[in-house]
Design a protein around this ligand. Structure first.
Ligand code: CO
Length: 657
């Protein structure tokens, strides 16, 4: 049974019961854009790239008590697409006043399509009327442009002088065989219109030569399947007494966990003030956690495929691409949905219904032991709290999942699905840098990198980060048999040392430690960050993407907290030449010992496409773990009660005495 509950409090006016970190409401977004339109005098041709809460200083948030006054300040980025000038603004909603308005030269905003009267579909229809495009399509035997799909892709930055100062995109084209079939099965190879997004027109048709349109359908929709397997019996997840979490506004309480749910257009899901109740107090662990950037660089050198390197957060806005999870197929069980308010490019508030999904899952065994001598088994079932969103970016889907466990553990997982990006080759061609997934259809080798910014707060704001390796002890008088191995902890003292990579053969992890708080054995308390699947880029060091997405070149980055440092590839990655964000901040070489640190974990998924990824890709999973490591005095889940159901058949069992 799927129960949709809407959190309507998000769209109500601010009241004293609200929290300083609550995402902007519908009304606050509309007020912000109208203040810009009325007071800033930046012209009427304004497109809104960002409207987001300026989070109050941590000190205010941490000491906040319900009913305290809150200040609501908003950060706005707008582009005047006629004058091609981009502005950053800060607004005090309390004073209804613009407090900063600054022209930012030399950068491009994230993707926005259309103008003050045009949405994306109207924009695409408008582009498809260009006679140059119609002519190029005709060369390929395509006379019905209504079946053509143009996906705008970032143009990257290869130092091309004519592109400087222009807001451009590359149109990548496919054609459906009929309305509603999978257009990605038929790439229109070699046809790349260059789009001027300020002028809403094609400036140039790049034609790399005609390649035949691949012949076969690649349909996955139910209506195209002739048979379905018939041996599936129903599974029902029921929670007759409801879920075990409580929601108050954006605050979530689940057993001993406490956290807040937020959302931005750029990052999507944001979690705040994550803590765990222990001995009657909530002990903080993470102040703020969110995807800071992601990039998908491709590995094919032909035509202009080498320019495929999309930053889906900073260039596209992964939060804006999120699905409404209303249909009930994304999550199973007793679901709580959060609605969020975002905005369209005209600055009008829009509602993302059911965009964040929260539910509990049974997760197998939490812990277990059988004492054979007395014939007694103690087993506890694990349950996890799942908070997630799913975004569609063109052909691809990304699910972003946070999992909270009863033993104090946290996992972050990205689920990758959707349709692999497709290109076409001539019949008989065996591509070197990709996989032929259907006749004449190639899916290029690529990688997906994600960087998660974790503003750590392990039992307080002042933390230190240690790299922890397991090492072989030398043979000595103390280790005459050579069996000894031990742990080597290395403090990461300065930012210049704080670009680290995984080392699976040292079982490497990173420990975020509060040296001023001890567990009951007198050791400083820690949480550790442990890698899951990971990889490094296979691009040459000289490749453009290595500068533009330098955050791929290290897995663990540590910085001293600065509220302005939010995004791993910088504030404006679109068409940016690179080295902004993490690589530039590290040069400050700030001290990292017993101070307010931020850790940035990068993980990559290497995608050599398989035939089984076509025509729609089964979910691939990637992520990492955050685990208590001497944070608690013992297993914090001893107090999880035995299951009430008899779980153990004939033997003597703790849950059926
Ligand atoms: Co992929």
């Amino acid at each position: 049974m799927v129960v949709a509950k809407n959190n309507s409090s998000l769209s109500k006016s601010p009241t004293s019961s609200r929290h300083p970190l609550d995402p902007l409401t519908f009304e606050e977004i509309n007020l912000s854009s109208s203040l810009v339109k009325e007071q800033a005098h930046l012209g009427i041709e304004l497109l809104f790239e960002t409207i987001m809460l300026i989070e109050p200083p941590k000190s205010e948030v941490i000491t906040f008590l319900p009913g305290d006054p809150i200040t609501r300040d908003v950060f706005v980025v707008v582009l005047n697409y006629k004058t091609e000038r981009l502005y950053e603004l800060e607004i005090s909603l309390d004073l209804k006043k613009i407090t900063r308005c600054e022209h930012i030269p030399g950068v491009q905003p994230a993707f926005m399509f259309g103008d003050i009267n045009m949405d994306f579909n109207e924009w695409e229809a408008h582009i498809k009327k260009d006679p140059k495009l119609i002519e190029a399509l005709k060369k390929r035997g395509i006379t019905d442009a209504s079946l053509v799909m143009i996906d705008p892709w970032p143009i990257s930055n290869f130092g091309n002088k004519e592109e400087e100062g222009k807001r451009l995109a590359i149109g990548r084209c496919w054609v459906r065989r009929e309305d509603g079939d999978n257009g990605y099965a038929r790439p229109i190879e070699g046809l790349s219109p260059i789009l001027d997004l300020n002028k809403n027109k094609i400036v140039e048709i790049q034609d790399f030569g005609v390649v035949p349109i691949p012949p076969e359908d690649g349909n996955y929709a139910a209506r195209y399947q002739s048979t379905f397997r018939t041996d599936l019996k129903p599974i029902e997840i029921t929670q007759p007494e409801g879920p075990s979490f409580q929601v108050n506004g954006t605050e979530v309480c689940w057993q001993k966990w406490r956290l807040r749910v937020g959302y931005t257009k750029r990052e999507g899901l944001v979690l705040h003030t994550i803590g765990y109740e222990d001995g009657g107090e909530v002990r903080p662990i993470i102040y703020r956690a969110a995807l800071s950037e992601m990039v998908v660089p491709y590995g094919d050198p032909t035509n202009d495929h080498y320019k495929k390197q999309v930053f889906d957060a900073g260039e596209v806005g992964i939060g804006r691409c999120a699905n409404s999870l209303e249909l009930g197929c994304d999550c199973l069980g007793e679901i709580y949905y959060f609605d969020m308010a975002l905005f369209n490019i005209q600055g009008d508030a829009t509602e993302l219904k059911n965009v964040v999904c929260m539910h509990e899952e049974d997760y197998g065994i939490l812990w277990k032991h059988t004492d054979n001598r007395i014939g007694e088994t103690e087993t506890r079932r694990s349950r996890r709290l799942v908070i997630s969103t799913v975004a569609t970016v063109g052909n691809y889907e990304y699910g972003f999942f946070w999992y909270f466990y009863q033993d104090g553990g946290i996992d972050y997982e990205v689920k990758l699905t959707g349709i692999v990006n497709s290109a076409a080759v001539d019949p008989g061609v065996e591509p070197k840098n990709g996989t032929l997934v259907a006749p004449q259809v190639v899916a290029h080798n690529h990688q997906h990198y994600f960087n998660v910014r974790l503003d750590m707060m392990v039992d307080g704001q002042n933390n230190s980060v240690y790299e922890v390796d397991t090492v072989t002890d030398p043979i000595s008088d103390n280790n005459p048999h050579g069996n000894a191995f031990s742990v080597k902890r290395t403090l990461i003292e300065k930012e210049e040392e704080a670009v680290r990579i995984i080392d699976p053969f040292s079982a490497r992890y990173w420990s975020v430690t509060n040296n001023s708080k001890q567990n009951y054995l007198g050791q400083p308390v820690s949480y550790k960050i442990a890698p899951g699947e990971n990889v490094l880029p296979f691009h040459h060091d000289e490749a453009v993407i290595m500068k533009r997405a330098a955050f791929m070149t290290g897995h663990m980055w540590v910085t001293a907290f600065d509220e302005k440092e939010m995004f791993a590839a910088g504030d404006y990655p679109n068409q940016h030449p690179g080295n902004d964000g993490l690589p530039s901040w590290m040069k400050k070489n700030r001290a990292l010992t017993d101070t307010d640190v931020v850790v940035w974990y990068t993980f990559g998924h290497n995608h050599i496409p398989r035939l089984e990824d076509w025509p729609v890709m089964p979910v691939a999973y990637t992520g990492f773990s955050i685990r208590p490591s001497g944070f608690f005095d013992r297993n914090p889940a001893l107090d999880v009660p035995p299951s009430v159901i008899n779980c153990c058949g004939e033997s003597v069992c703790a849950c059926s005495h």
